[in-house]
Structures are given as C-alpha cells and as structure tokens.
Ligand binder design. Structure first.
Ligand code: FAD
Length: 430
C-alpha cells in the first residue's frame, strides 16, 4: 500500500484567475466500482478518459483530481504547443529522433485539435509560430545550427536579426531569433477546463478528491477522504506525483518552474510590446526564460526552477520581475498582476515514462516542458494500450524510455551541481 504526498501550490494559476469563475464538480463520496479509474485530470488524464470511452463505450470511467480543473499544472503552463518538437539544440545527430517523435506529436496535436474544434473550446488557439530567442553567442550558434538542420529537413524557419526581434516583440534584448511558423499558442487553463467539461457521459469527474492510498487487493483500491474506488484498471496520470505512490522513484524528478503575467497595459504601452499581435519566445538554453504576449495588452514571463519543492513567493516575484525588466526596461511602471508556480516531471534523458507498471496499473509522466501535446498523445495511447487497440512498439521506440536516476543523496547533489553549472552557462538566456 502506498500513501500520497501531494503538493498544493503556493499561489493560484494566473491563467485560471483571468477566466470567469467555474463551478467545480463535487468531490467523490462513498464506495464506487468502475472498470477504469484515472488519478489526475490534467492533459494526460482527460485524454485517457475520453479515449477509453471512445474505445469501450459501455464502460464507466472514474476520473479524480486532488485540485480543481485549471489549478493543476495543465492550467499553469505557458501555453506553447506544436505538432513538431523543436529541441533547444537541433543537430544532424538528433534530427532523426525529432522526425520520428514528430510523427507521434502530430497524432497528439491532431487529436487535441479535433476535440477543440468539435466542442468549440474557446482557448485562444492561435498559429502564432514560435521564436527561439538567443541573447548570447552560445545561443546564437545553436539557432544558426538549428536553422540549417530545419532547412535540410524541409521545415520552414526564418532567422531574425536583433532589429527584426525588436520590431516583432518590442525588446532589443535578443541578438537574434529563429522563427518557426508551425507552432501554436493558447490559454492553458481555458483549454483544460474545456477538455474536462466536454468529457463524454461515461466519464465521472470528481474534483477536490485526493487519492491518499493505492493498494492491490483482488482489484486496485483507491482510498480518498470519505470515499473509495475499486477498479480493474488504474491510470496514474499525476505526472511528477506518480512518485507519491512509490513508482518511478528512480526515473522522475519533480521540478518546479514559475510564471507571471503583467497587469493590462494601456494602448501606448501595448504598442511597445511588438508589431506581432501574437508571439512567443522560447529560450536557447534549458535554464532560459520563456516570454509571450497574452492578448493585446499583457506579457507573460516564465523562468526560474527549483527541485522537488517550490521557492518562496517573494523570491519568485523578485526573480521574475528581474527577467521581465531585463527585457522590457521601458515598461517598469507595469507591474506583475499574477505570479505562480507549477510542477513538471523531468527525466534524465528527456524521454517520458509511459506504459504498464503492474497488472492493471498504468502511468505516463515526464513530458518535461511539452505536456500539452505529448500528455494528450500519451494519455490517448495508454487508453489504446489498456483496451488492446493499436501497436505501440514504434511509439515506444521513437520516444525511448526514461533512464535511471541515481538515488539520494547523489540525486540532490547531482541536480544542484548540474543546475548551477548550466545556469552559469546559460548567462543572459536565463
Ligand atoms: C510554468 C510552466 C510552464 C510550462 N509551459 C509549457 C508549455 O508552454 N507547453 C507545454 O506543452 N507544457 C508546458 N509545461 C508543462 C506542462 O504543464 C505539463 O507537461 C503538463 O501539465 C503535464 O500534464 P499531465 O496531465 O501529465 O500532468 P498535470 O498537469 O500535472 O496533471 C496531474 C494532475 O494530477 C493531480 N494529482 C496529483 N496527485 C494526485 C492525487 N494523489 N490524487 C488526485 N489527483 C492528483 C493534480 O492535481 C493534477 O491536476 C509547463 C509547466 C509549467 C509548470
């Protein structure tokens, strides 16, 4: 039997706060039985739930989440999603893997896009393209190399000079950029709300329902406060929190990262955040800072990282303010209205962990910073695996398997040493 150690975030999601109030589904009470139970109503869990009903329409699916929809990390991210993954360093050596994985990401994106269209989910999905921004010589070298490889792959991309960047995004901070048009921006809390609220009738969604214990008896037994669920099949769609149930301790690391959205700006300031009506910048280093325009009149900055726990709210606000002011010093009179953190599950080699943990027990986690498309894909594919649909060997081969991570205390020491070294190397990209 394993017990949960769930982390409640220090601050609400800014994205969720900007939406009209939503009435959460009630918490689960009493004893339940279901063919399928899913823990976690983020992108992975809702995709798995929907696909299970598509493939097994008469089954009952119980989907529980400790929080309310929109307050998990699926409602806390920066809202970049793309059918083709663009690694920070695209080289001739990793281009083959990118191509192979891209085929599956396209499947995940097409599934997500189909649901958004079918249910009219108003999440601001915009084909804004993505800019990789470089503020250092190292970053510029990476962008130039990526550009050459993209050209060889037949993928459209454009190199932007400092002046182009300044025109497009209103800051001269970046020495260059690489613009890739096949990429999308969206409002993540609106997306996860829309996905959860349009689930088919066979899915019973319960919010504010923390699974405290998971045990194998004849079937899988989930224990919650004042409730229990007995299920033939259980999916742990809890990403970084799969570890709370005693699984994948040597595969996943919970990393927290942070975001802020400014106050709305007046028309004069809005005109100074670039000529493009929608844009997003991903960094040229993994410890770097992400920025995007939010609507016409706000900016988002995502940066900073911490290991297995959140930084203090004061440190987060101060740290994000520094990143914002370094890029848009002329907007120092515009404050940060929403500041929050979220969790991601990182793996040592960047591959997610996906599949069967035990008889009737499945999990997917470790989508790193790309869970909108990848979580959707892997949730969908887990449902197919469980119901015996499709062949998943090519997917497993393309993504690879999350590799082994050393136990404590080596893990913490290793994380600290590597992140300090990488942060120094990132320089102005951070
Ligand atoms: C600041 C930030 C920026 C990011 N930017 C991007 C981006 O631009 N694009 C992108 O694709 N990805 C981005 N990510 C990553 C993305 O948010 C994740 O990959 C994604 O949320 C993973 O989805 P998931 O469904 O697997 O897990 P989650 O979204 O973490 O969902 C897991 C759910 O499980 C629930 N849960 C956990 N434990 C329990 C329990 N014991 N009982 C019941 N419920 C439980 C949680 O409440 C949660 O809702 C970002 C992440 C952060 C934090």
């Amino acid at each position: 039997m394993t017990r949960s150690r769930y982390h409640e975030f220090n601050a609400p999601s800014g994205w969720n706060a900007m939406l009209p109030a939503r009435r959460p589904r009630p918490a689960i009470t009493g004893a339940h039985k279901a063919k399928y139970a899913i823990v976690g109503a983020g992108y992975t869990g809702v995709a798995a739930a929907r696909r299970l009903i598509e493939l097994d329409p008469r089954a009952e699916v119980i989907l529980v989440d400790a929080s309310t929809v929109g307050e998990g990390s699926s409602g806390r991210n920066s809202g970049f999603t793309r059918p083709i993954e663009l690694p920070i360093e695209l080289t001739a050596a990793n281009a083959g893997k990118v191509g192979k994985v891209g085929r599956f990401n396209q499947e995940g994106f097409a599934y997500l896009h189909g649901i958004i269209e079918a249910h009219g989910i108003d999440c601001g999905l915009t084909r804004a393209g993505v800019i990789r921004g470089a503020a250092t010589e190292l970053g510029e070298g990476r962008l130039r190399a990526s550009h050459a490889v993209l050209q060889e792959m037949g993928q459209e991309s454009t190199l932007l000079r400092r002046a182009d960047m300044e025109d497009r995004v209103g800051t001269a901070y970046y020495r260059c950029g690489l613009y890739v048009p096949e990429s999308y921006l969206l409002q993540p809390a609106a997306l996860i709300r829309g996905l959860a609220d349009s689930l088919p009738a066979g899915v019973a969604l319960y919010e504010r329902s923390l699974v405290r214990k998971l045990a194998r008896r004849e079937k899988w037994h989930l224990e919650l406060d004042g409730a229990s669920v007995l299920a033939d099949h259980v999916i742990l769609a809890t990403n970084a929190y799969i570890k709370q149930f005693g699984y994948l301790l040597d595969r996943l690391v919970a990393t927290y990262t942070y975001a802020a959205i400014t106050e709305p700006m007046g028309p004069a300031d809005s005109a100074r955040i670039g000529s493009m009506p929608a844009w997003g910048i991903l960094p040229a280093h993994r410890m770097g800072t992400t920025c995007r325009r939010v609507g016409r009149d706000r900016l988002l900055v995502r940066s900073l990282a911490s290991y297995e726990g959140e930084l203090s709210p004061a440190a987060v606000r101060e740290g994000l303010m520094k990143k914002y002011l370094a890029r848009w010093p002329h907007l120092s009179h515009v404050g940060l209205e929403h500041v929050w953190g979220g969790a991601t599950a990182f793996t040592m080699n960047g591959s997610p962990w996906w599949g069967r943990l035990d008889d009737g027990l499945y999990a997917s986690g470790g989508c790193n910073g790309a869970g909108i498309t990848k979580g959707t894909l892997l949730g969908k594919r887990l449902a197919e695996l469980i119901t015996g649909h499709g062949d998943h060997a090519a997917l497993a081969e393309a993504f690879g398997r999350a590799s082994w991570i050393a136990p404590e205390p080596f893990r913490t020491i290793g994380y600290k040493v590597i992140s300090r070294k990488e942060l120094k190397r990132a320089g102005a990209e951070a």
